[in-house]
Design a binder for this molecule. Structure first.
Ligand code: PLP
Length: 344
């Protein structure tokens, strides 16, 4: 039995056309700047985000890390959400490798308030690590896949700028945010100094992310990428999959959002506590009664053909993506609904 895998949008496998593009990719040594496919990918990403240049990196984590290392020096503070991926899920790289102090703020609504950010922008004083950078995330993963609106995003970014902060955007799913609000990704990225975009999430490519920013920023980021071991040689093979995804898979993200809404509706109708989000995307979070044995519940769902995960005790995440169809989403929702009733 084929399992319907809803644990993440990172589980997608390249389809035939993408594999063909990878197979046929023209390659060169990218550390020497000689890989034409990587160059084409970087140009495409820069154009989509309205930035001067881009840098191909191995992963979203590396994209965020290299960006933070480029923005900050050891002892600098970076303001970021308590639930942000950089703070919560990236192994403390910013502190371990950059000596950067995380200055955390509430981001339960998907983006911190200007007021909360301002608390960390303190006058120069020998006691304080200076806050240099604000990190935002859109869509916000742990926050529920929320897509922050262009107007709220702009308001917060402008507020941060007035406080003298540079801004980095973890845009692992920025094209989902753009699809949710029916705007171009540049509606968001224009307000930040650097953005990291992931090819290996909803876009369906197997590997890779890009940092998009000014040419001078990217030039410096290139050194940091090398220092953390991220300089790749004939990377055009994987860049070709990414380029294919940017050319073919952005528009279809809206389908994943429709499927997620469909799933949320079926679960809610079955009496399950589904988290409501002002602008939902490809993620559905739901809660279960404390009486439910999580391990048994997850393994029973798996045995019936649906896989997903728990993000916190009693809180589960389902993610739609290119490799699950509307029919599979409906089937999975009914299985989950039945299992919740069974195990509660
Ligand atoms: C919001 C966000 N940022 C960054 C990352 C890191 O990406 P990677 O797994 O490619 O390192 C993820 C991964 O899921 C993510 O959800």
């Amino acid at each position: 039995m084929a399992v319907i895998d809803l644990k993440s949008d990172t589980v997608t496998k390249p389809g035939e056309e993408m594999r063909k593009a990878m197979y046929e990719a023209e390659v060169g040594d990218d550390v020497y700047g000689e890989d034409p496919t990587v160059i084409a990918l970087e140009k495409k990403a820069a154009a989509l985000t309205g930035k001067e240049a881009a840098l191909f990196v191995v992963s979203g984590t590396m994209g965020n890390l290299v960006s933070l290392l480029t923005h900050c020096s050891p002892g600098d503070g970076a303001i970021l959400g308590q639930k942000s991926h950089i703070y919560y899920y990236e192994a403390g790289g910013m502190s371990a490798l950059g000596g950067i102090l995380p200055l955390t703020v509430d981001d339960s609504q998907g983006i911190p308030s200007v007021e909360d950010i301002s608390h960390w922008c303190r006058p120069a004083n020998v006691h304080f690590a200076p806050a240099r950078l604000l990190c935002l995330e859109n869509t916000h993963n742990k926050g529920g896949g929320i897509a922050v609106s262009p107007s709220t995003f702009r308001e917060v970014a402008e507020g941060a700028r007035e406080m003298g902060l540079a801004i980095h955007l973890d845009g692992a799913r920025i094209f989902n945010a753009a699809a949710a609000w029916n705007v171009g990704a540049d509606e968001f990225t224009t307000h930040v100094d650097s953005v990291q975009i992931c090819l290996s999430k909803g876009l369906g490519a197997p590997v890779g992310s890009l940092i998009c920013a000014s040419s001078t920023f990217i030039e410096e980021a290139r050194y940091w990428r090398k220092k953390v071991g991220g300089g790749m040689r004939q990377a055009g093979i994987i860049a070709a999959g990414g380029l294919y995804s940017l050319e073919n898979n952005i528009e279809r993200l809206a389908e994943d959002h429709c499927n997620a809404a469909l799933m949320a509706g079926i679960l809610a109708e079955a009496g399950i506590e589904v988290e409501e989000s002002p602008q939902s995307t490809n993620m559905v979070f739901f809660k279960t009664p404390s009486s439910l044995d999580e391990e048994m519940f997850l393994s029973s769902c798996f045995s019936k053909g649906v896989q997903f995960s728990s993000v916190e005790p009693g809180r589960f995440r389902l993610v739609t993506h290119i490799d699950v169809s509307r029919e599979q989403v409906i089937q999975a929702s009914h299985i989950i609904a039945k299992e919740v009733q069974c195990w509660s």
